[in-house]
Ligand binder design. Structure first.
Ligand code: ADP
Ligand code: MG
Length: 321
C-alpha cells in the first residue's frame, strides 16, 4: 500500500493527472466516445466512461495491481510500443489515493461487472460495452497533497486542458466533459480528409484555423528506410502569437508530449518574425519509427527521448519555417 502511495506521488499531481491516465486507457481500449464527469474540479469525482473493448471480470482485479498491464509482454514490445500505456501503474496508483471503482463489460460478457477497489468486492452490474472508471475523493488519504490543490475552477481548467490535448490527437473520437452536472465541452468525432482541421477548429476555435497554415514535412532519410521524420499539423501566423504559451500542442506518434526539442525547434523557426516574449500557437504531430524514440522516460509518460534529437529538431524547424 505504501509503495503504491509513493508511486502515486509521481503519477498523480492533481486531478488532471488522473484524467490524463484514464483518457489514455480509454483510447488504448479503442473507444470512439469518451465522457468525462467531474465534481469540484475533479477532487470529489472523476468519472471516465468509454465504449472501448472493456475488461473481462476475471481480469478486473488484475487491472488494479501494480505493474499489471495487458499492453506489452516483453522488453522488445516496449521498444516499439504503440499504446499510450505500458507501465501498468496508473490504476494501482490512483486506487491507493482515492476511492476507485471499475465498471466494465466486454463483448463476450452477458453482463457488466463492478469492482470496488477498496473492498475488492466484484459483483454483477448493468452497463453496455465499455468501461467506466470512477475516482472519488482524490488524495483523501494524502492530506499533504490535498493542500497543494488550487481552487475547483483552476483544477477544472487543468482537467479540461488534459482532455483538449487528448482530443487534438484523436479527431475520430468524440469527447464530452461535464462539470457539476453541466456540459462544459463537447466535440463530435470527426472522420474524412479534414477531420483534424475540424477538430482543431472545434477545440481551439475557428480563429485558430483561419490564422494558421497547414504544414507537412518529411525529412529525407539518411540512414536507411527506418529513419526519416514526418512533421505535420498547423502553425499559427506570427500575428496570431499570444502572450502565453498555452496553445502549443505537440505529439509524437499520437502521444501527448511536452518535449524540449520540439518546443525549441518551433520557437527557433519563429525567431525572425516574433518579438521576444510572444508565444507562437501550433499543433504539431511528429511521426517517427517507434524504435527511434524512448517513451519510457518518466512515470507520467509525457516526456520522451529521441535517439536522434537533432534530426527531429531540424524536421520540426523546417516544417514550421
Ligand atoms: P497501463 O495502461 O500502463 O497498462 P493502467 O494501470 O493504466 O496500466 O491499466 C491497467 C490495465 O487495465 C490496462 O493494461 C488494461 O488492460 C486495463 N484497463 C484500464 N483501463 C481500461 C479501459 N478503459 N478499457 C479497457 N481496459 C482498461
Ligand atoms: Mg494506463
Amino acid at each position: 500500500e505504501l509503495i503504491s502511495q509513493i508511486a502515486a506521488g509521481e503519477v498523480v499531481e492533481r486531478p488532471a493527472s488522473v484524467v490524463r491516465e484514464l483518457l489514455d486507457n480509454a483510447l488504448d481500449a479503442g473507444a470512439t466516445q469518451i465522457t468525462v464527469r467531474l465534481m469540484a474540479g475533479g477532487v470529489r469525482l472523476i468519472s471516465v466512461e468509454d465504449d472501448g473493448m472493456g475488461i473481462a471480470p476475471e481480469q478486473m482485479p488484475t487491472a488494479l495491481k501494480r505493474h499489471a498491464t495487458s499492453k506489452i509482454a516483453d522488453l522488445r514490445e516496449l521498444e516499439a510500443v504503440g499504446t499510450m500505456g505500458f507501465r501498468g501503474e496508473a490504476l494501482a496508483a490512483v486506487a491507493s489515493i482515492s476511492e476507485l471503482s471499475l465498471l466494465s463489460r466486454t463483448a463476450g460478457d452477458a453482463q457488466a461487472h463492478l469492482l470496488d477497489a477498496r473492498t475488492g468486492e466484484l459483483r454483477a452490474a448493468a452497463r453496455s460495452l465499455g468501461t467506466t472508471v470512477e475516482v472519488k475523493e482524490l488524495f483523501f488519504s494524502v492530506p499533504a497533497r490535498r493542500k497543494f490543490l488550487k481552487s475547483d475552477n483552476t483544477e477544472l481548467a487543468h482537467c479540461l486542458e488534459a482532455v483538449r490535448r487528448h482530443a487534438l490527437t484523436r479527431p475520430e473520437v468524440g469527447f464530452a466533459v461535464w462539470h457539476e452536472g453541466k456540459v462544459v465541452a463537447q466535440w463530435r468525432g470527426q472522420t474524412g480528409e479534414h477531420a483534424l482541421d475540424r477538430r482543431l477548429a472545434d477545440v481551439l476555435g475557428e480563429d485558430f484555423l483561419s490564422n494558421s497554415l497547414a504544414v507537412d514535412h518529411r525529412s529525407a532519410s539518411q540512414n536507411g528506410p527506418l529513419s526519416g521524420v514526418r512533421v505535420y499539423g498547423r502553425v499559427g501566423l506570427p500575428d496570431f502569437a499570444r502572450a502565453r504559451a498555452d496553445q502549443q500542442f505537440a505529439y509524437v506518434n499520437g502521444r501527448v508530449v511536452r518535449d524540449k526539442v520540439i518546443t525549441h525547434a518551433a520557437r527557433a523557426a519563429y525567431e525572425d518574425v516574433l518579438h521576444g516574449h510572444r508565444q507562437p500557437v501550433y499543433a504539431l504531430y511528429v511521426e517517427i519509427d517507434p524504435a527511434r524514440v524512448d517513451v519510457n522516460v518518466h512515470p507520467t509518460k509525457i516526456e520522451v527521448r529521441f535517439r536522434d534529437s537533432r534530426e527531429v529538431h531540424q524536421a520540426v524547424r523546417h516544417a514550421v519555417e
